[in-house]
Design a protein around this ligand. Sequence first.
Ligand code: 9G3
Length: 564
Amino acid sequence: MKQSQLLIPTLREAPADAEVISHKLMLRAGLIRQLASGVYTYLPFGFRVLKKVQEIVRKEMDRAGAQELLMPAMQPTELWRESGRYDVYGPELIRLKDRHDREFALGPTHEEVITTLVAGEVSSYRQLPTTLYQIQTKYRDERRPRFGLLRGREFLMKDAYSFGRSWQELDDTYRAMYEAYTRIFTRVGLNFRAVQADAGAIGGEGETHEFMALADIGEDTIVVSENGNYAANLEKAEMFWEEPAASEEEVPPMNRVHTPDVHTIDQLCGFFGREASAFIKTILYRIDDQPVAVLVRGDREVNETKVLNALGGERIELAEGSDVERLTGAAVGFAGPAGLQGVKLLADREVQAMTSAIAGANETDYHVEYVQPRRDFAAALVGDFRNATEGDLSPDGSGALKFYRGIEVGHVFKLGTKYSEKLGADYLDEEGRRQTAIMGCYGIGISRILSAVVEQHHDEHGIVWPEEIAPAKVHIIPASVKDETQMKLAQELYERLRSSGVEVLLDDRDERAGVKFKDADLMGLPYRIVIGREAGEGRVEFKARAAQEKETLTVEEAFARMNG
Ligand code: 9G3
């Protein structure tokens, strides 16, 4: 490939609206260009990387026994009504009408489509188990697309769906996919963790794991034990717990204390001269419109996913200020469990184990001290309703929990029969009895991987592509295209490498050497060969992009290095 003929429009500066390094570098290296918010064009070198990532995914999916197909992006919304999901996703689901005024959705995912297909084509146990996958453009009208390919509104996903006859078959497929994902993310060069996750709105009846590429700009927080034997999304992360011995001390009756203008936990600590762990934090929610108060220790945060799962609810949102005032009879900041009527109480198990705590009095400017769980309030539910914190021990107590930020690049689910039941994907078993297929689904954010890789593989000069997905392997740079000796040697090396099957880019542009070197660093091909002053003696300068040192090699040595 000759750079003078390629569209690789490198930029000196990134546009101002690019906030994260991967977005800046992918724009500056001429890999992508934005067409609209969250909608991107892959320029030739960006597309080469995208294709390589796809090829790795295909190899590993095929190796795991999955079959590739391709489903439409245009989905009749009747399918989404049948599955009951038409109303679950609001404006994020892009809908359109065709010329006959029939409504379609642009596919954000394909559970409905694949399950309907299998319902129509699979009728016998002999056709199962089967795993079908596609690599296809997905559409999700994100409220805030950002960070380039990391959160787009049109993006490339590999989505696979498995159909089996038993939970054992699902477990086997799930494990095969999990292992394939581990190979894929390793091959594309990502530093990642597989973490236990929450199934969220997709539901499903079994475990689910997310594959998280570690990155400070990641939207997710993951929790990993120091010895690495426990890893979970913070939404789900549990921690070591043992019931403390009940304290024998006599607790005086509750006592109201006038606490004017004391609203925050910090102000409370100052006023009472106590640690935050001595207070009960009472947070009011609406869960499927029912008022719920969640109690956690003053130094903890409520985990809304755990609360929602404990109540089997669909939707959770913080109660509005006016709602809080009506429910507690007090201004915001004075809610407490004692005497709170008409609100379901959920107490984190740490609160239930507190003694003589301080809490809001459900009266403006008043708190109560000596609050005694069980005596002064009865929780409807006691459980783990808090976020894990750094320093908690892992559930088995074997190691302290550490927090990391992550970019979700993969997600595998055990769905069970949630979709196959609704959409009629059943089959006749050996005895001729009708059975419902048991499903799993498995996603990889193909386009998102490009951004995650750049987030993890760059330096102050630009991208440093992992070799297996780099848009080309070698960058040959003649210092001056006007110098015939240099150009002759460059062409010779270029042709020899190309004919030996090495992907090589020749920077044959009539540009100053400095400009070429800056562009090469920005584009990040794994190896660079500069043809300079020593061309006459047949010697070149060789440098790996990921290394600092440069070597002077003969052409033969350089050629051998690249064919190693
Ligand atoms: C929608 C919209 C957005 C969505 C979904 C549906 C996320 C939706 C979850 C999944 C689950 C798995 C198969 C591959 C792996 C992930 N965002 N999800 O279902 F209508 Cl607008 O996509 N699907």
